[in-house]
Design a protein around this ligand. Structure first.
Ligand code: FE
Length: 137
């Protein structure tokens, strides 16, 4: 049995660390207090303190955001953001002209306080997560 008791074991593969020391941790910038129903602007970056490579062989594939309202049995997906260009081309790896950057901005509205969960996937270093509590003003 895994530590959270879900029985799937996936949660044990989701890594967490201090973003100031670990390049894979999503850094979530958003207000800590929001007005109910008002847009919440969120920016997610990786490698803010320690940069993460962005090459054909090693890059961030996607970021996904979820919100778990307080007292709600379920969590809700806010969005999924794919980064699909990493220098691939017919000339070979890292010879292409395009690289998507692993950063994303989006907004949402909530009528309840809760926790914003952000997941990121590195193609070779797996799943990473961070979260941020959001209170109602
Ligand atoms: Fe990596």
């Amino acid at each position: 049995m895994d530590s959270c008791g879900c029985g799937l074991g996936l949660c044990e593969k989701i890594q967490k660390a201090d973003w100031q020391k670990e390049k894979h941790v999503p850094v979530v910038d958003c207000p800590e207090k929001v007005k109910p129903g008002e847009p919440v602007q969120v920016k997610v970056t990786l490698g803010k303190a320690v940069s993460h490579p962005n090459t054909t062989e090693h890059h961030i594939r996607w970021v996904k955001a979820f919100f778990s309202p307080e007292g709600d049995r379920f969590t809700y997906e806010l969005g999924r953001f794919e980064f699909n260009a990493h220098g691939e081309s017919a000339e070979g790896a890292n010879k292409g002209p395009l690289y998507t950057s692993h950063e994303v901005a989006f907004s949402f509205r909530t009528s309840k306080a809760g926790t914003l969960h952000v997941l990121a996937l590195c193609n070779i270093h797996g799943l990473w997560a961070s979260e941020k509590k959001i209170a109602l003003a």
